[in-house]
Design a binder for this molecule. Structure first.
Ligand code: AMP
Length: 199
């Protein structure tokens, strides 16, 4: 819709893991346990991604910052690059719904396309529509690891929300319902903000 890059630190880390880079080998053990990868590793890949020319027209960060220290580092990186954050989108979804969505999520081993067995199934079971690759359940989408990830969120990432609330940047969005419904809510909230800014 906005035609700007989607930067997911999770995707970038998974790429490092599958290419078995030094950074990927270090990150893997944390990811498999559902814990956060140390800030210095994630900050490095984030700065590389944001330095790309195509980010000058805007970007969406997904899964970053996940700690207050990362939020502070992000400020430093952005001011160095002459960029800034407009809004932080806080999607509110119940824990039960999160567990349900993650246990039915499948990703393509080859191209990374994301499916959901209930809400967005592939045409042929276990096969990616886009590239024909095998669809798998992410190691960290297994119930035990999801529970650790939720605990990690409460302990490490929830404070990041307060950091941005204090800066008046947070848009609270109801994340229940299907993809099209949530997408429409996000776009409406952004639209309202840009209309308000013009007046
Ligand atoms: P995600 O795909 O965003 O759910 O991320 C998957 C996993 O990658 C997380 O559970 C963490 O282990 C790691 N990860 C992704 N982003 C970050 C981040 N900003 N800080 C630390 N670890 C991260």
């Amino acid at each position: 819709m906005y035609g700007i890059p989607h930067i997911s630190t999770g995707d970038l880390l998974r790429e490092h893991v599958s290419k078995k880079t030094t950074l990927g080998m270090k990150a893997k053990k944390y990811m498999d346990r559902g814990e956060l990868v140390p800030d210095e590793l994630v900050n490095e890949i984030l700065e590389d991604a944001l330095s790309r020319e195509e980010c000058r027209r805007g970007f969406i960060l997904d899964g970053y910052p996940r700690t207050v220290a990362q939020a502070e580092e992000l400020e430093r990186i952005l001011s160095k690059l002459g960029l800034h954050i407009d809004w932080v989108i806080n999607l509110n979804v119940s824990e039960d719904e999160i567990v349900k969505r993650l246990s039915t999520r499948r990703v393509c081993k080859v191209c990374g396309a994301v499916y959901n067995l209930v809400t967005n199934p592939p045409k042929a079971e276990g096969v990616c529509d886009r590239c024909g690759g095998a669809l798998i359940l992410r190691e960290d989408d297994k119930p035990d690891v999801v529970r650790t990830r939720l605990q990690t969120y409460v302990k490490m990432s929830a404070p990041v929300l307060n950091y941005y609330v204090a800066k008046n940047k947070v848009l609270d969005i109801d994340g229940s319902g299907d993809v099209a419904t949530v997408r429409a809510r996000v776009l409406r909230a952004l639209e309202e903000k840009s209309v308000a800014k013009q007046h």
